[in-house]
Design a protein around this ligand. Structure first.
Ligand SMILES: [Zn+2]
Length: 256
């Protein structure tokens, strides 16, 4: 069991599930190189247009997948995603995709799946890897989803430009998404005291990178965990409203 203090400050912190790739490395989709996990339109078009809408035609050949294959997990995740939508005031579509080119999850403001605020795409390979973890695998999946929902919030409120304009890397944008993930975890813990919010920090810690001079730099492991904690405190201890949390997050990432 990981306490927050151990997660952030523990020098002997064990990396539970190896080096990750979500929002930590750029990928190439159809020749479009990505620097963050916010999917620009050309690459989104390639992913989203590859197949018929999944709810219309299930032939077994689709490259977008509405379900994970585990109905119990799908039910629980749908419940969690609904809570994220409610708290962050966003309503994106959500589906899985074939990430055999490189494990990842993405957010795009491209509207599909009958949801008005863009789409979150979660790699099946990434899902499989996270679900192999022994402790709270479902919570680590939720952490990644919350980060992606954070990007949807950035799209919706124009925050990407506010925190990312003129920056040499995507770090501020990515850490603000982490902040929003932490904020979700904090508010979740208010109503569910047993909610293992530290898993959010540990998950994003493991997706940190040290490519500090690369445009693709998303934040060092400690910075990613710290952003989760900052968001958590705003939600759990300070009980901030979403608008207040957004303001705090802007100030927080701008001083990084
Ligand atoms: Zn991201």
């Amino acid at each position: 069991m990981w306490t927050r203090r151990e997660t952030i400050f523990g020098g002997a912190l064990t990396i539970l599930w190896g080096t990750g790739t979500t929002c930590a490395h750029a990928h190439n989709i159809g020749g479009h190189e990505l620097t963050g996990c916010m999917l620009p339109d050309p690459a989104a078009n390639i992913l989203l247009n590859r197949s018929a809408p999944p709810w219309l035609s299930l032939t077994g050949n689709e490259e977008l997948f509405p379900k994970s294959g585990d109905s119990q997990f799908d039910y629980a995740l749908a419940h969690t995603l609904s809570a994220m939508s409610e708290l962050l005031h966003v309503l994106p579509g959500f589906c899985y995709f074939d990430d055999s080119e490189g494990e990842n999850a993405y957010a795009t403001n491209r509207v599909r799946l009958n949801r008005g605020d863009g789409t979150v795409l979660f790699g099946k390979g990434l899902l499989r890897r996270l679900m192999r973890q022994k402790e709270h695998p479902d919570v680590s999946v939720a952490a990644v989803c919350a980060h992606e929902f954070g990007h949807i919030l950035q799209y919706k409120r124009g925050l990407t430009q506010i925190v990312g304009a003129g920056q040499p890397t995507v770090k501020r944008v990515e850490l603000q998404a982490d902040f929003f993930a932490g904020y979700f975890a904090g508010v979740r813990k208010l109503s569910r005291p047993q909610f293992p919010a530290a898993v959010f920090a540990l998950t994003q810690y493991n997706f940190g990178d040290n490519m500090v001079n690369s445009p693709k730099h998303h934040g060092r492991p400690d910075e990613r965990a710290a952003a989760i904690v900052q968001g958590f405190e705003a939600g759990f201890r300070e009980r901030r409203s979403l608008d207040q949390a957004i303001g705090i997050s802007i100030n927080y990432v701008k001083q990084l």
